[in-house]
Structures are given as structure tokens and as C-alpha cells.
Design a protein around this ligand. Sequence first.
Ligand code: NAI
Ligand code: MG
Length: 486
Amino acid sequence: MTKENRQVDSWEYAPSLESTNHIHIKKRYELFINGEWVKPSSGKYFETINPANEEVISEIAHGNEEDIDRAVKAARKAYTEVWSVMPAAERAKYIYRIARLMHEQARELAVIETLDAGKTIRESRDIDVPLACNHFFYYAGWADKLAYAFPNRKVESLGVAGQIIPWNFPLLMAAWKIAPALAAGNTVVLKPAETTPLTALKLAEIIEASGLPPGVVNIVTGYGDTGAALVNHLDVDKIAFTGSTNVGKIIQKALAGTSKKLTLELGGKSANIIFDDAPIDQAVEGIINGIFFNQGHVCCAGSRLFVQENVAEKVISKLKERLKSLYLGDPLDKNTDVGAINSKNQLETIERYIQLGKNEGAEMYQPACVLPKKGFFCPPTLFTNVAQSSVIAQEEIFGPVLTIQTFRTIDEVIQKANNSPYGLAAGVWTEKGARIFNMANQLNAGVIWANTYNKFDPTSPFGGYKESGFGREGGVHGLAAYVKFI
Ligand code: NAI
Ligand code: MG
């Protein structure tokens, strides 16, 4: 926890703040449309803040319907006149160039991500930014090999893709969306989340520096109304959305009866399951990684823990011990394990759920800690004695809150794990390979990790079932979302 409050005798680290003197953030960002930085037609701007200290970082243009229309027109023109008629190998060169420039600016991108989103520098430096670069590298390789991606099938690009992304992995989600769209020959209008627009705007600068033809990628910042204008624009061929299930449903309704293609990556309430033969210490570390290291701001967070009854006491006591040793605080400190909650709104949502959990009769545990005075922070929280039907075990909290339930048999845990409106991910911890395969066949989840959690790779598809959405991102599957089969 914050250093003064840590309960266990272990190593104390001196503060190790990542430097910010190498980064460039403008006081104000305009919209990136047709290769130019243009003022929003409403003349309106909003502030993006650092959720770890509530200081304003920059002013961001609030795009409206008219701006979305300008961006879509630019994307259409770039699609018809330039991008769709360019040899695929040439398209690949641009995508590689973007990947290399991102790589060169990796340190700056990581620091800006941490400032704008509140996530720890360790995560943005080691996970978000490298993975985002790797997505561009990976999809660049596919651009001139589409014929081999889908053997015996002819494919064509879709046209203009409208993409709306959330605040939990801002740059990575932009990469997940833009890279496959470009590789498949589409042009893009991207709407970043209102609390975390900065790295997408830095990416726009990189795209500008790469010499990508104007209009191929347009970045229009704003709120939900800006996203809705993109969804409802008549000349968009495909919408890709990552965010809340509620907004996903609104989008699906809006697109019903249109010819627009849609992929949705929504929430989750993923089960992490520990059997009694699992390597317990490794599993405990995996649980911590699965829910606490990104403040629970992960759509596939392992937010429901199921422990086999005969090892439950041991696992719970180890988890509590481990929680006491976590560092919560300044996300820019390289030792910090738990950073800031992304926004005041999100913190209030999480706090509401914690109160609800207590009211429902579950038993709460939080390690003793004093939260920083400024900024939005929430201590890592465990709930035991959780009923299967309780709201905290059913609804997505999107915060550092773990519910713990026990089980005796495989059938029981499969039934409990699958008893959720979501189906995004799951984790299984056991020594037995056969049991892993059995579980993987029976769990209703798009991704199942065995003896690990939250591992990502650009070559591997990701996506869910049920209310977690449909369509896959990553791998060849991710390309299929941006082509039509003819
Ligand atoms: P949200 O779904 O409102 O925001 C995601 C994106 O959609 C943002 O760019 C937002 O501006 C845009 N948007 C909002 N309303 C829209 C509309 N009507 N049409 C088109 N675009 C729209 O998510 P929010 O409010 O930030 O978070 C609420 C909850 O959603 C969280 O507590 C969490 O449970 C879940 N969530 C899930 C994510 C995931 O990765 N699956 C990511 C972020 C949030
Ligand atoms: Mg921010």
C-alpha cells in the first residue's frame, strides 16, 4: 500500500518516478481530419485531466455531427481515390512505418498514457505500448497476403470504418482497431474516449509524420454524442466498438436494418478458477495480476474467483497477505502496483458496488491504507461469503474488486462460472492437462487462460460470447472483421 501503511516486513523501495521531461503535450488539440489539424465546428473544447492528481493536462476539441461528416467524407475520398487502389505491398510499407515510429516514441507514449489514464507506468511501458506497436507490425505483414489469410475465398475491403474506443487501454485499443482496418484496405474515422484522448492524438501525429495519405486515418475526439454521430452516419460501412454493454446495445439497435457491419467488444465478469492441485503461489500471483494490477480496468479482468473448498482458506489468506504488500499510489512511480481509477465517475461506480456488496451481506477485506489526498484511488478489495445471485457476483464492476466463492466439484464450478450474462474470458489453475482441456470445452468464454492470466498477443484472437459482444480482434480472425467475402 502507500509506503507508510504497508503491513508486512519486506523490502522498501525508494521512490522511482519516471521522468516527464522528455514528453511533448500541446496545451490544446484540434481534430485530425484529412491529414490536417482542424478546429471543431462548434468551437467547443473539453479538458482531459490526470486522474492521479486531478490536474488538467490539455484541452481537447469536441467534435460534433458536422465534424464527423467532414471526417467521413475525407475517409471516403481517401478510400476511393488512394487507399483501395494502392498496391497492397505499398499499404504495408505505411503500416510498418507507423509501427516503427511508435516504437521510437514508446517511452513518451507510455508516460502520456499513464498521465492521462492513471494506469501504472509499469503497465503502459511493458504492456500497452509494446503490444500496440506489435499490432501494427503484425497486421502490416498481412496487408499483401490477404489471399492467403482466407484460402479459397476472395475478399474485398469494406470501405470506411467507424471505430469507437474506451479508456482502459487507450492506445492499445486504437491499435487493435486501426491496424487491421488499414491492412485490409479500409480507411478509418476513430473516436477516442473522452477521459483518455491523448495517446490517440499522439498517434495522429505519428500518422502525420509517417506520410500516410490524408484522410486514410481521421481522429475525431469528443463524448458519446460524437460517437453516436459516427454510428449514425449514412456513409460508414462498418462500426467497431469497445466499451460498455449498455452503449453496445444502443449501437446494435441503431444499426439494425442497415447494411453496416458491426463488431462489439463489451464487458465481462470473468471467472478465475483454482483447483486444489494448482501451484498455489503462482495462482495467487495470477489472481492479483488478473484484477488488481490495472485497477480492475480490464474487460477480461478475472473478477470472480472460484477456489476449490479444501484450499480456500490457504488461498484467501495468501491473497490477503499479498494485498498488504502491494504499492498503491503515483502511477508514474515504477514501483507502483495499483494506480488511479480512470475517472471520478468510475470511482463512484466502484464505491457504489462495494457498499452494495456489504449491504448484501458479503464479507469485505481491504488492506489498511491511506489513499493519496488528491486523485481517484480505490484500495484493492476482496469479498468472501458471496452468494451466487448477489449483484457483486453478477454485474461488471470494472474496478479492483474481487468476489471469492468456493466449489467442490468440476460440474459445480462450471455451472457457477457459466452462470453469467457475460462470456469473455476465464482462467483455470490446475496441474492436470486433461482437466484444462475439459474446462476449456465447457466454459462459455472467448478466451481461456491456463495457469496464467491476461496474456495477449497480436496473433491470437480475442472476443466474447453472450453480452460480452461478438466478432474477434487480433490474429487472422481480426482481419475477417474488416473484409467482405465475395
Ligand atoms: P462507454 O461505453 O460509455 O464508453 C466507451 C466509448 O463509447 C467512449 O468513447 C464513449 O465516448 C463512447 N460512447 C458513449 N456513448 C455512446 C453512444 N451512445 N454512441 C456511440 N459511442 C458512445 O463506457 P463508460 O461510460 O466510459 O464506462 C461504463 C462502464 O462500461 C464501465 O464501468 C465498464 O463496466 C464498462 N466498460 C467496458 C470496457 C471494455 O473494455 N469492454 C471499457 C470501458 C468501460
Ligand atoms: Mg485523462
